[in-house]
Design a protein around this ligand. Structure first.
Ligand code: FES
Length: 156
């Protein structure tokens, strides 16, 4: 009458079972991390990008490629920015970093407003907030039309 006891694994050896456990554990941690990260980033976005150095200048686009009622986004030295050609023919240029938690805002042609996808902040073309959590306006930039070129400047 002999019962066979399960064999104890010698310490320090990598059995197939141990390897599979390690692989499964690693895959589980990676899966949880990739599911949690976007939620974490939504509620804790990174800090603001550095400010655009005063006096910076860029050719943001061509007049003919930004018809009235549209906008063009571009990267201005250190931050996303946008130039908007409103339906009334005016040009506007703004820092596109939301003043609430630094998400990148976008132009909404339907009502010519600027919206933040993160928490629903809404700004008018002057950069002033009209609804949502932002308390501060978007930074204004200067626009100059020189021939076909749309030139944006960060005032010194
Ligand atoms: S980051 Fe919160 S409204 Fe823009």
């Amino acid at each position: 009458m002999s019962e066979s006891a399960p064999k104890a694994e010698p310490a320090g050896t990598m059995t197939r079972k141990r390897i599979l456990r390690l692989l499964f554990g690693g895959a589980l941690v990676a899966a949880i991390g990739s599911a949690v990260k976007p939620v974490w980033d939504f509620f804790h976005p990174a800090g603001p990008p550095p400010p655009i150095p005063p006096g910076s200048k860029i050719v943001a686009g061509e007049v003919g490629k930004i018809p009235p009622g549209s906008a063009k986004s571009f990267f201005f030295v250190t931050r996303p920015a946008m130039v908007i050609h409103s339906k009334d023919g005016q040009w506007h240029a703004l820092d596109a970093v939301c003043s609430h938690r630094h998400c990148t805002v976008g132009f909404r042609p339907a009502d010519e407003s600027i919206v933040c996808p993160c928490h629903g902040g809404r700004y008018e073309l002057s950069g002033h907030c009209i609804s949502g959590p932002p308390k501060e306006p978007l930074g204004q930039l200067d626009v100059e039309i020189r021939g076909e070129r749309v030139i944006v400047t960060k005032r010194a």
